[in-house]
Design a protein around this ligand. Structure first.
Ligand SMILES: [Zn+2]
Length: 164
């Protein structure tokens, strides 16, 4: 997958839900595409309405926000008070290891944390190893070549265009 259009065509459900903006930088795109594929594999046949709610850059690294149906079972709990009256309440079951959706959700969280953490050391423009570059009050993670280009105001646009 070379661009967001191909990625969306491959995993339409991940991009079809409500979101407040999905912007993937060129340098981070291959890792993000791999993340989408890994999540698809983890979800298996039941996609659980998984979708990205926001993808953006903040303080130099990528932030990936997502949502998924939890569908944890609800259980009825009957509480009998001292006077013998029964109060029935419905509460959501605690997340536990035996709940497959909890497991998948935790695994997805771990993958996403790892992927967004990796962007803090890879160039937003090309993906090569980079470090935080503070220029005119705004930090970006850039490789040496792109940091140099930035300081000469020659940094190419690192966001995909809408139609790409
Ligand atoms: Zn670079």
């Amino acid at each position: 997958m070379k661009n967001p259009t191909q990625l969306k065509a491959r995993f339409p459900y991940q991009f079809g839900g409500h979101n407040i903006g999905i912007s993937v930088a060129r340098g981070w795109f291959p890792a993000f595409a791999q993340l989408c594929a890994d999540i698809d594999h983890l979800l298996g046949d039941d996609k659980r309405n998984f979708h990205w709610t926001q993808v953006k850059e903040k303080f130099g690294s990528a932030r990936y926000y997502w949502a998924m149906d939890r569908r944890n079972p609800y259980v009825n709990v009957s509480i009998v008070d001292a006077a013998g009256s029964v109060l029935s309440v419905v509460r959501q079951e605690q997340e536990d290891e035996s709940n497959p959706t909890s497991q998948v959700s935790r695994q997805i969280s771990a993958l996403i944390d790892q992927a967004s953490g990796a962007t803090s050391t890879s160039c937003i423009a090309c993906g090569l190893p980079g470090r935080l570059d503070n220029y005119q009050g705004y930090v970006l993670v850039l490789c040496e070549k792109h940091a140099d280009a930035r300081h000469r105001n020659k940094l190419p646009s690192f966001w995909f265009e809408e139609e790409e």
